[in-house]
Design a binder for this molecule. Structure first.
Ligand code: 5HY
Length: 243
C-alpha cells in the first residue's frame, strides 16, 4: 500500500527524519512517500504558521490526485489541514495528534503530552478538547524547545524532554506520555527505555492506524461535511488548488 506522508512544514531534513521513523514501523509492503509543501514556514509553532501549513497540506493532497494513494498521514502535531484533506481525498487521512491520543487512550486511563514551545501546549489543549480527549489527558507540558532544535537533537535537549516527561508523570499521575511534535519521533525509543512507560510518537501510530484502516477496507466518509469540495476557481498563488 502507498501512504502519502505529508510533513506540513518546509524543513527538508525534518521530512527525511519523519520518513525514516515512518518506514521503521511500516509493513514490508507499505511504501511511504514523504513530501512537504512547496511554500510556507520551516516549522509550525503558532496559528499564523498553521494557516500556511494547512494550505500546504491541501496542496500536496491535490498534487497526489492522479497517483495511487491508499492513505494520507499529516505529520505535524497540530494536524493542520486535516478536515480539508479528508474532503479532498476519500483515502483515510490520519493526523499524528489524533493518532497519538487514540493510542495513548488504548494504553492508559490517563496520559500526559510533552511538547515543544509553551505556547504549543495551549494549541495541544485546544486539540484535545476538539477531539474529545480532554478527559483522558491530565496535562500538556511545554519545554520551550523550538521545533528546529529537535533536528540533530543534542543530549541536553533529550534530557530536557525526559525531565519534562518525568515531571508530567509525577504531577499528573498519568500512565503514558504522548510526544507533542513530529520532530520528536526519532527520540521515542530512547525515551520509552528511560521512562519505563508507554511513550507514543504520533508518526508511527498514524502509520499503523492508516495501515489498519486500509486493511479493513475503510475509507473516509463522503457524506455530510466531508463531501468533496464544490468545484470552483481559485485565484492568485492558490490558483492550482482550484478544481
Ligand atoms: C510539528 N510543528 O509537529 C509541530 C508541533 C510543534 O513544525 N511540526 C512542526 O512542536 O509545534
Amino acid at each position: 500500500m502507498n501512504i502519502l506522508l505529508i510533513n506540513p512544514n518546509t524543513s527538508e531534513s525534518m521530512t527525511q527524519a519523519i520518513a525514516q521513523a515512518a518506514r521503521a514501523v511500516a509493513a514490508p509492503d507499505t511504501r511511504i512517500e514523504a513530501v512537504q509543501p512547496s511554500f510556507g514556514p520551516a516549522s509550525i509553532e503558532c496559528h499564523f504558521d498553521e494557516v500556511f501549513a494547512a494550505a500546504g497540506v491541501a496542496e500536496q493532497v491535490r498534487l497526489a490526485a492522479g497517483r495511487r494513494i491508499d492513505a494520507v498521514v499529516i505529520a505535524c502535531f497540530g494536524d493542520p489541514g486535516l478536515d480539508a484533506a479528508r474532503e479532498a481525498t476519500s483515502a483515510p487521512v490520519i493526523g499524528i495528534a489524533e493518532a497519538a491520543f487514540h493510542a495513548a487512550a488504548f494504553l492508559s486511563t490517563a496520559f500526559s503530552v510533552v511538547t515543544t514551545l509553551n505556547r504549543t501546549a495551549i494549541t495541544a489543549e485546544h486539540l484535545l478538547h476538539r477531539y474529545g480527549f480532554d478527559r483522558r489527558c491530565r496535562g500538556v507540558h511545554g519545554t520551550d524547545i523550538p521545533v528546529l532544535e529537535l533536528e540533530g537533537c543534542s543530549d541536553a535537549t533529550v534530557a530536557r524532554i525526559e525531565e519534562a516527561a518525568r515531571t508530567a508523570l509525577e504531577q499528573d499521575r498519568s500512565g503514558a506520555i504522548v510526544l507533542g511534535c513530529a520532530g520528536m519521533a526519532p527520540l521515542c525509543a530512547t525515551l520509552s527505555e528511560r521512562l519505563g512507560v508507554p511513550v507514543i510518537d504520533g508518526v508511527s501510530a498514524a502509520v499503523k492506524f492508516a495501515e489498519s484502516l486500509v486493511a479493513l477496507g475503510l475509507r473516509t466518509s463522503q457524506r455530510g461535511d466531508y463531501a468533496p469540495p464544490p468545484p470552483k476557481t481559485f485565484t492568485g498563488w492558490a490558483a492550482p488548488l482550484g478544481m
